[in-house]
Design a protein around this ligand. Structure first.
Ligand SMILES: C[S@@+](CC[C@H](N)C(=O)[O-])C[C@H]1O[C@@H](n2cnc3c(N)ncnc32)[C@H](O)[C@@H]1O
Length: 375
């Protein structure tokens, strides 16, 4: 069901929605910059297939720009720096009033950047664009699939799980958690069956277990990506009542994109993995029966302390651990960032875990190097 707020041309954006805009904007700025520097890339295609009007009101009545306008402005700046490359934006919504509002706020096209605004069904649009994506053009695409509720058409998304692109899906997990039990109408039942590719009778036992829905979406993405090495990172978004509204899932075959998304999310959330409240004070460290440090962890909101604990457990009893080894390990982690918080992570390792550092001469390069001892 679409709420009254969602029907408005200029709807209200809660703080968690504004965080979502910030995360996508931050990511796209760096993503575009990295790809444009690659001489094999001829240009970029950004698609927000459910883009809304681009203009919102925050809790205080101030106007706030949404993703399509933020991204259009950011990509215009990138296009000006890379004049030999082309950028296309496809911005679509099935509400004509929203697209008409959006058109008033978009920056003008320039020689090497064009914005195509469309009114229609997102899945129909993707079914038209999807089969035309070919690697030969050397264009990199980013598809944002951002419905209000748990409504995902995997058939339309399938072609976008290819090599040259990235897909970001908003999985509105609060929808089934709250409403699966009350779904009686055919349309509601069909929506959940399509989103989770599971018969309704098998979905009902998921009940209000959000982990079950999240795991099912991950399973579906695994099926879609086939045998290729693929990277998926998801960050949860919490509302002011501290309920998880959705997960913003980033899917790519490009490791650099995966690493960048995690780094951007931690930056936007201010040194943690979500805006969930209530775990800040649970910072009491304790010792277990073997004398090891234990850290209370909330997997829906990790902090720097959790990264330090992970590194400490990974390198325990080792000496001469190169800093690069630690950052490489974090690159592979599904949630932790490998850039942006190095100083804070090292401080935690030194002060809480008694890790020490020293300088050695690397026997291969003959150069001085800092190493850590986890003895
Ligand atoms: C969560 S908002 C999108 C927000 C936008 N991506 C942003 O970040 O600023 C969802 C939008 O999807 C639109 N929508 C819902 N179902 C759609 C569909 N099947 N096809 C096209 N648009 C749809 C709604 O009108 C609404 O404007």
């Amino acid at each position: 069901m679409v709420s009254a707020n969602n029907k408005k041309t200029i709807s209200k954006a809660s703080p968690h929605t504004i965080k979502k805009f910030e995360l996508i904007e931050t990511y796209i700025k760096s993503w575009a910059q990295i790809l444009m520097q690659n001489e094999k890339c001829n240009g970029l295609i950004f698609i927000d297939c459910m883009c809304n009007s681009g203009i919102y009101q925050d809790d205080y009545g101030n106007l706030v720009e949404g993703t399509p306008i933020r991204v259009a402005k950011a990509l215009r700046d990138v296009a000006r720096r890379y004049e030999d490359k082309q950028i296309f934006l496809y911005l679509n919504d099935n509400d004509a009033m929203k697209i008409n509002e959006l058109r008033k706020h978009l920056p003008d096209d320039e020689r090497n950047i064009s914005t195509i605004t469309l009114i229609g069904d997102a899945n129909n649009l993707l079914e038209r664009i999807g089969p035309r994506l070919t690697p030969e053009g050397h264009f990199n695409y980013f598809l944002l699939y951002d419905p209000y509720n748990a409504s995902i058409d995997w058939n339309a998304l399938l072609p976008f799980f290819g090599n040259w692109g990235e897909v970001m899906i908003n999985h509105a997990v609060l929808d089934p958690v709250r409403a699966i039990f009350s779904a009686k109408k055919k349309a509601a039942i069909k929506k959940y069956e399509n989103t989770y590719l599971t018969d309704f009778e098998k979905l009902v036992p998921f009940g209000s277990d959000k982990n079950a829905y999240e795991a099912r979406v991950e399973e579906i993405i695994k099926l879609l990506k086939g045998n290729r090495r693929y990277y998926v990172a998801a960050f949860p978004f919490y509302n002011s009542q501290n309920s998880q509204m959705y997960n913003l899932i980033h899917c790519t075959s490009n490791k650099a994109g995966f690493v960048l998304y995690k780094n951007c999310a931690w930056k936007v959330f201010g040194g943690k993995s979500s805006a969930k409240r209530g775990t800040e004070n649970s910072y009491q460290l304790a010792l277990d029966e073997n004398g090891n440090i234990t850290v209370p962890t909330d997997e829906s909101c990790f902090y720097i302390k959790d990264i330090a604990k992970y590194l400490y457990d990974s390198f325990k009893k080792q000496k001469n651990v190169r800093l690069e080894q630690m950052w490489k390990l974090l690159e592979e982690h599904p949630v932790f960032p490998s850039e942006g918080f190095k100083k804070e992570i090292k401080k935690e390792l030194f002060e809480v875990y008694g890790v020490s550092k020293k300088q050695i001469i690397n026997t291969n390069t003959g150069k001085k190097e800092i190493v850590l001892s986890f003895l």
